[in-house]
Ligand binder design. Sequence first.
Ligand code: TYM
Length: 333
Amino acid sequence: MGKKIFSGVQPTGNLHLGNYLGAIKNFVKLNNEDQNQCVFCVVDLHAITVAQDPKKLKDNIYETVASFIASGIDPEKSIIFNQSKVSAHSETAWILSCVARMGWLNRMTQFKEKAGKDKEKASIGLYSYPVLMAADILLYDTTHVPVGDDQKQHLELCRDVAQKFNNDFNVDNFFKLPEPLIQKKFSRIMSLRDGTNKMSKSELSDLSRINLTDDKDQMINKIKKAKTDTLPLPPTSADLEKRPEAKNLMGIYSTLMDVDLDNTINKFSGKNFSEFKENLSQVLVDKIIPISSEIKKLLKDKNYLNQILDNGHQKADSIASKKLKKIQEIVGF
Ligand code: TYM
């Protein structure tokens, strides 16, 4: 039997190489396996947990859909839709927020990171973000969730919520407990400016990330400026442990090339960074520029993108509203 796949991406602009290598590349692989039911959601409800410019949010929704398609997701095979259009997500999130415990949410590291020092001023939505994520996943009887390493804790919370709901209402196996699908290696792509911080949309410096919409010169320039150390490239992977920037760049190269890190190490051992960076830029340009050109092309055809979203909305709504109805019956509404 095929897998039931669900994953989401926030339409907050600047989809980057971390999103692509950590998540979207895997979406494409799963989309291409026969028998899987894949649902990929543009999670705009999650996006507004921090302030968004409404006009930009709309543009970013299109850009996220275009990035999915340009990366190789087939809208005929996968359901692609916008979260806010399927009201079952918000409704289920409320019910699940009465099941999830404060103590569980208090442990979420992403909230602590995003709320920063002034957590009194963070939105309640940012705090309950993982509960909405659980609703997303559980509405589709999802068996597998492809995500980057940073979402692992949220998936554990989703499983806890599902289990507690099943126990509290005595409905064994009503919510399926989903498995995370996290890349074994390089599931966390790091910033090009600091190899100890993850590559992220919100980091101030654009030089810290390769955006999927960057052009060739921008990519080459960012790799040229990427932080490194002064040593030549090492002969073994153990030697990379204390060299986060070298490890990240070699990991990016390996993941883009679909080869093992050891393979990359053998190829570049003893060489200096300038030679390695030239090779890395070339691979990036070869693999990512076709995607970025396709994104730009697709963004000119809003009718086509709207058609994909409308179609996806209908299919998603039909699955989610049936599950919500059962949830409502179980809780006694
Ligand atoms: P978002 O938009 O922040 O991230 C989208 C995906 O990209 C992955 N990712 C990374 N992977 C590797 N290295 C990085 N530097 C990096 N940065 C981001 C994320 O892990 C994610 O897989 N909360 C989710 C959105 C969501 C969701 C869901 C996911 C909402 N509902 C239900 C799965 C299932 C998020 O982080 O989005």
